[in-house]
Design a protein around this ligand. Structure first.
Ligand code: HEM
Ligand SMILES: [Cu+2]
Length: 526
């Protein structure tokens, strides 16, 4: 126990990130269940409006800041040194600091539930002056601001660590252009973190100053400007959505290549498109502000459309990798195919609302809720589970049960689509987001009822997943170094790997060191 709490080993730190984010996932998922219970019927009063505000705020905040983004950080912690042949991260103590800042930050945000006024309730985007006056008077709001600042600092420290590790600690033979796609995506992600998170830290501090030190940054009555809040928040917030998807793009590329038994198609395009997306994503923040009338809509719309190009390149790469491959439909692969289908819808709705006239209709409606759940839930979360199935043997030395896994994947896909397709239509019928109830008009009762049923299916699938984890860990069937026939360096060490990753570094003569060795030894990879 003490050994784990005081460790500076990247694999233990990575594992603790993963365990912590899964714990936060269970809580954030339970909050989602409460939202869907309340919205399952029109005019419901299971929870009041103030409770409802806390529930959806904490659901979104936890999923974004405590689950999707930090899971990728944890996975990268575990994987990057293995993928590039390094014994550990460049700054192990800084790495441990990052982990504990994250855990303490997350618990701080949740501590709001224990305060008199309840948890933060102004939405994950925490708009000022809403977060300063109307409801944000309780300590829960302060805990939110402090907690997120801590997790933000954690991200910045870890991003520096990733970049230095990748630039300076690659094994002999591991040139930049031989690094696995996941490691490359983490370079782009780390740069985005360094660009975006300071804006979040600044804006959180400004809200704190307004609330407690007589500041007026966002208070129009005293010459402050609420639009400034939106600029600062979205200058962070839009890159953040890519911080939450780029690592998972990498995961999907690795899994598809492994189970198609083919190298990643268009490797260079894959890498360059990650940087193109990262670069463009710094210039689109005001597409979240089209309806304020205070930004140049054509400019931000144009740049937003451009993002579709490198994203399209990625789709070509993923599909090209599968093309004529001998595909094995493992659970991880099935989840990646689910990712492709869902994320496509997320991307298409994204391009739709990147057009200001359409966004004027969709803004702040359930259409937006559908859009971002298809990218983050259907995209990132599907890839997160795919990563769990794929890397579980490497991390824990145990393979998850494939039969239960496929049931999970099928139910999760079904539940996900039954939940979120109706939301888009509810949005088109005028249902606003962030409302605790709705009247029995149009088809809202039917659409919301369907959504709630879908959520119940998701809940069953997730319970099945955790049952799978328990059963598989109890069975502990031994796994080899390379149970899936993967190509990158991490598959050439034991599962789980030794303290400093490799007893002897394998030769690295191409992008595919594990497949090179298999070929040398006459082992077929199909
Ligand atoms: C082609 C790519 C994309 C485009 C053009 C796009 C466009 C947009 C636009 C215009 C909005 C604002 C809508 C409004 O509030 O009226 C939005 C919201 C959002 N998008 Fe996307 N998007 C894209 C991809 C993504 C991806 C990849 C993610 C995450 C992985 C994502 C996550 C979100 C989130 C979380 C919001 C809602 C933020 C909030 O108001 O709480 N989007 N998107
Ligand atoms: Cu955006």
């Amino acid at each position: 126990m003490i050994e784990w709490l005081t460790t500076t080993n990247h694999k233990k730190i990575g594992t603790m990130y993963i365990v912590a984010t899964l714990a936060f996932f269970i809580v954030a998922g339970a909050l989602a269940g409460m939202i869907r219970l309340q919205l399952s019927h029109p005019n419901n009063t299971i929870v009041g409006t103030h409770e409802y505000n806390q529930i959806f705020t904490m659901h979104g905040t936890a999923m974004i800041f405590l689950v999707i983004a930090p899971f990728a950080i944890g996975l990268a912690n575990f994987l990057i040194p293995l993928q590039i042949g390094a014994p550990d991260m460049a700054f192990p103590r800084l790495n441990a600091t990052g982990l504990w800042l994250f855990v303490v930050g997350g618990l701080t945000v949740f501590a709001g539930f224990a305060t008199y006024g309840g948890a933060a309730a102004a939405g994950w985007s925490n708009y000022a002056p809403l977060s300063e006056i109307t409801i944000g008077t309780g300590a829960g709001e302060d805990l939110y601001l402090i907690g997120l600042t801590l997790t933000g600092i954690s991200n910045i420290l870890t991003a520096v660590n990733f970049i230095v590790t990748i630039v300076c600690y690659r094994a002999p033979g591991m040139t930049f252009w031989r690094m696995p796609i996941f490691t490359w995506e983490m370079v782009a992600t780390s740069i985005l973190i360094l660009m975006a998170f300071p804006a979040l830290t600044a804006v959180m501090a400004m809200v704190l100053i307004d609330r407690h030190m007589g500041g007026h940054f966002f208070d129009p009555a005293s010459g402050g400007n609420p639009i400034l809040y939106q600029h600062l928040f979205w200058f962070f917030g839009h890159p953040e959505v890519y911080i939450m998807i780029l690592p998972y793009f990498g995961v999907v590329a690795e899994i598809i290549a492994t189970f198609s038994r083919k190298p990643v198609f268009g490797y260079v395009g894959m890498v360059l498109s990650a940087f193109a997306i990262a670069g463009l994503s710094l210039g689109v923040w005001a597409h979240h502000m089209f309806t304020t009338g205070a930004v140049s809509n054509p400019f931000f719309s144009g740049i937003s459309f451009l993002i579709a190009i490198p994203t399209g390149v990625k789709f070509v790469n993923w599909i090209g990798t599968m093309w004529k491959g001998s595909i094995e439909f493992s659970t991880a692969m099935l989840l990646c195919i689910g990712f492709l289908l869902n994320f496509l819808l997320g991307g298409i709705t994204g391009v739709m609302i990147a057009s200001p006239p359409l966004d004027y209709m969709a803004h702040d409606s359930y259409f937006i809720v559908q859009h971002f759940h298809y990218t983050l839930g259907g995209g990132s979360l599907f890839a997160l589970f795919a990563a769990l199935f794929f890397y579980f043997p490497k991390i824990f030395g145990v393979k998850l049960d494939e039969r239960l896994g496929k049931w999970f994947a099928a139910l999760f896909f079904l539940g996900f689509n039954v939940t979120f397709i109706p939301m888009g239509f509810a949005g088109l019928e005028g249902m606003a987001r962030r409302v605790s109830t709705y009247p029995d008009v149009a088809h809202l009762a039917l659409l919301n009822g369907l959504s709630s049923i879908g959520t119940a299916i998701i809940a069953i699938s997730v319970i099945l997943f955790f049952i799978n984890v328990v059963i598989s860990c109890l069975k502990r069937e031994p796994v080899g170094d390379n149970p899936w026939g993967g190509y990158s360096l991490e598959w050439l060490t034991s599962s789980p790997p030794p303290e400093f990753n490799f007893h002897e570094l394998p030769p690295i003569r191409s992008k595919l060191p594990a497949w090179d060795l298999m070929e040398e030894r006459g082992i077929s990879r199909v």
